[in-house]
Design a protein around this ligand. Sequence first.
Ligand SMILES: [Fe+2]
Length: 276
Amino acid sequence: MNNSSSAPSGDTSGVSSSGNRVTTVLQITDCHLRSETGKRLLGVDTEDSLRAVLSQALDEVTPDALLVTGDIAHDPSLDTYLRFAALVREYFSGPMLCIPGNHDLWAPMRSILCDPARLDLGNWQVIGMDTHVDDDVAACLRPADEERLQEACVTAQGRHLLIACHHPPIGLECPWIDKHRIPGGDELLGWLSEYTCVKGLVFGHAHQIVDSSVKHIALMGTPSSCFQFAPHTERFTIDTTMPGYRWLYLADDGTIATDVRRVEDYPLHIDLTQRA
Ligand SMILES: [Fe+2]
């Protein structure tokens, strides 16, 4: 994994300096959209910050696909998901994979956003793994999802896999976040790492940058499109870093280059009294 890459120029698949074809994926996460435009969370207008993220990112590169790793809605109604879908389509009309987070509700989200559950992008498959449970912060790893992942590993036939989910499978040295990591995450990563086709796993929920690895698998957590959590904290602590997003450059040879960006000059005003 290379964390110091810069975005390839051009508007779709690029070619790296080594001649490898590169598929570009933009990850956004933890948008926490409210029930109506202008309504704030912790002082942040989450719809406005999402616009700032998409505007800056899509000015940089037009990706091959957009990956959204959960907590799309903070107020999870059909209307919120319709607004999210309409907002994103103002900026990007290509393939999009959306995965639910703990703040999402499956029924309204599924009806608007959850098809497909997988993206086929040339030599790569991006596979969504649903770790959410309605009305619960904790993660869940369902046997059916593990079976689906195993099937994808067995049938990869030379393609490379990137897995995407909401909850982290590893601890982040934040006990208040870590208690909601994927149960059995170590075991999950243990058997996934037996397959060389699995190159990376990206997640949300952490509201901070995580760049780690288990054997050959890159583990990547990404800043929220609204407010951030402070790394290495014992209890709920908001950070003042800017809304962010992650570029993923998936090369045909199976290597991943990645780059986390923050929006520039955003008027971020945290108000801890606005928690609902
Ligand atoms: Fe979140």
